[in-house]
Ligand binder design. Structure first.
Ligand code: XIL
Length: 553
């Protein structure tokens, strides 16, 4: 399939890059705006813009203009904004964004033509024939309006057509028209602007998984049928508590091998509030990794961040208790994530040899016969690669064994020996592998275990499904030689898993570590006696991991 591009649109983009290339190399250059560094690497760095602060707030407008060379309308080009009633088009918001971008030498990515959200009710209730015609008319009018406008260079033609398990989403589009609406939408967009780059966009497709593989297969098959799909957008709404998709670069590369452009379209990295320095540092690592993945893949055109200031972000309204997902805070101050994006775009290859600062003394809590929770004051990292986590060691003289690793300033150690004194210290790690000096020593002594041997716990998965499972029974056995009058079982849930119910024990969560305590009626166990409890967990769709690491004390 040939990807046609008009010389007009290409020239506009190249002119934008030349303007920044030709700036004199001053000493301020090294700390210059993101767009200068991105253009120097042949990529765009963009932001989704909202129309209201764009017209009302100078700080918002100034940063949007100076830091980014690409913009996406956060809402202004969606169907409910552009065609609220059939045939009545309103381009006031869309034009405001496009005009701003033109004035500031930025390219616009049109978002989005066919989606199941933010589409008026009148569309959803149409018959199949009328809906197909309405879709084609909408695409023709919206894309057509900017077809001769050199600022608007690309479109999200369809958005979020998949479920997380890789099946087609049973949206009103699919339910009314079947899968063919996708090819029809791309053909209508190509007809409306033969020079625009046409994209399919989705979330949870950043790593290699069922959904991204379904996307890969669809794009491959559409292109075999000469359907004009030029580009794949990876939304990248990430969260520090769910882990980074470490195969992002590999995934982008496999799509690139299909001959399409790839792009990061809606990057944000949310966290559980409140914000703190440790979470900021982890977030910065995620931003840096995304930018580096795009830099490493030639077919990756650039990275669009879904907003830029925490003052205006969809996250707090959408994900309860979460926020602070962007690169500027609410007062337009740069966050560590800004520096991470900046430094990655600026070269990133400078070696970080500065270790993080020394962590505080680890203090122990919840000490049992075989476990303890340590907490310490967090380190900071200024060398550029960012704080990556902590190693916890036991002081033993010659070689100090590592007892565990944590990405936060706390860890629960398990598998400890009863009635034993532990002297422990912590070292912080940065992204380049530099280790901080040792923290001061913390000391704790595990409690005496139950008489003559302690208790044991084993968990059995009774039933599981795509996004959950039941562990029943967890069997608690008094393996000792004397009776016990209570027990505490700990185990770990994989990242992203959360408890959704339990019975015959009281369960409390600290991060992913779950502590289960006996109830009044099942704490007394004679030697060799057993009791059971159970629990249910919700997990990310398609994740096959289950709870692990049962210990009893
Ligand atoms: C979000 C906007 O940020 C919000 O302001 C709006 O209320 C809902 O939509 N995937 C997409 C984007 O493709 O269009 C969504 O944007 C976020 C998820």
């Amino acid at each position: 399939m040939s990807v046609r591009s008009s010389s007009v649109k290409i020239l506009a983009v190249v002119a934008g890059m030349l303007a920044t290339f030709l700036l004199p190399a001053t000493s301020a250059e090294a700390s210059g705006p993101l767009r200068t560094h991105a253009a120097g690497r042949g990529k765009f760095i963009g932001a989704a813009l909202a129309t209201s602060p764009l017209s009302n707030e100078t700080s918002y407008r100034n940063l949007a203009a100076t830091e980014f060379n690409q913009v996406t309308a956060e809402n202004a080009m969606k169907w409910d904004a552009t065609e609220p009633s059939q045939g009545q088009f309103n381009f006031s918001g869309a034009d405001a964004i496009v005009n701003f971008a033109t004035q500031n030498n930025q390219q616009v990515h049109g978002h989005t033509l066919v989606w199941h959200n933010q589409t008026p009710g009148w569309v959803q209730s149409l018959s199949a024939t009328a809906m197909r015609t309405a879709m084609q008319d909408h695409i023709s009018q919206v894309v057509g309006r900017y077809a001769n406008n050199a600022t608007v260079v690309s479109w999200d033609v369809v958005n979020e057509v998949f479920d997380d398990n890789g099946n087609m989403r049973t949206s009103f589009w699919y339910n009314t028209l079947g899968q063919s609406y996708i090819a029809d939408a791309f053909r209508a967009a190509r007809a409306a602007d033969p020079d625009a780059r046409l994209c399919i966009n989705d979330y949870n497709v950043e790593g290699i998984n069922a959904k991204s593989t379904a996307m890969y297969n669809l794009v491959s098959s559409l292109r075999q049928q000469n359907v004009p799909v030029d580009c794949v957008g990876f939304q990248s709404h990430l969260a520090i508590q769910y882990g980074f998709p470490t195969d992002l670069q590999q995934n982008l590369q496999r799509f690139a091998a299909l001959g399409v452009q790839v792009r990061i379209t809606e990057l944000d990295v949310r966290m559980q509030m409140p914000r703190d320095a440790t979470k900021d540092a982890t977030q910065a690592t995620y931003y840096r990794n995304v930018v580096n993945a795009c830099l490493a893949v030639t077919a990756c055109a650039g990275v669009t961040i879904w907003g830029f200031t925490d003052k205006y972000s969809w996250v707090p309204d959408t994900f309860s208790g979460q926020g602070a997902a962007l690169i500027y805070n609410e007062s337009y101050q740069q966050k560590p994530s800004y520096t991470a994006v900046h430094d990655a775009l600026a070269g990133g290859s400078t070696t970080d040899t500065t270790p993080p600062t020394t962590p505080g003394t680890p203090t122990a809590s919840n000490v049992t016969s075989n476990s303890a929770t340590l907490t310490w004051t967090a380190s900071t990292d200024s060398g550029g690669s960012g704080l990556a986590g902590y190693n916890v060691y036991r002081e033993q003289g010659t070689t100090d064994p590592q007892l565990g690793q944590s990405t936060t300033n706390s860890i629960t150690l398990t598998g400890l020996s009863p009635s034993t004194q532990y002297q422990v210290y912590v070292r912080a790690r940065d992204g380049a592998g530099n280790l901080s000096p040792n923290s001061p020593l913390g000391t704790f002594t595990t409690t005496t275990g139950p008489g003559g041997g302690g208790c044991t716990a084993t968990g059995t998965v009774q039933n599981q499904w795509a996004n959950g499972y039941v562990v029943q029974p967890v069997t608690v056995t008094n393996a000792g030689t004397s009776a016990i009058s209570g027990w505490t079982v700990t185990f770990t849930l994989p990242a992203g898993h959360t408890l959704s119910g339990s019975w015959n024990a009281t369960l409390t969560a600290s991060g992913q570590t779950i502590t289960a305590r006996n109830l009044s009626y099942n704490g007394n166990l004679g030697p060799n006696a057993s009791t059971t409890f159970g629990f249910q967990v919700t997990r990310p769709n398609g994740d096959t991991q289950t709870a692990a690491g049962y210990t009893c004390a």
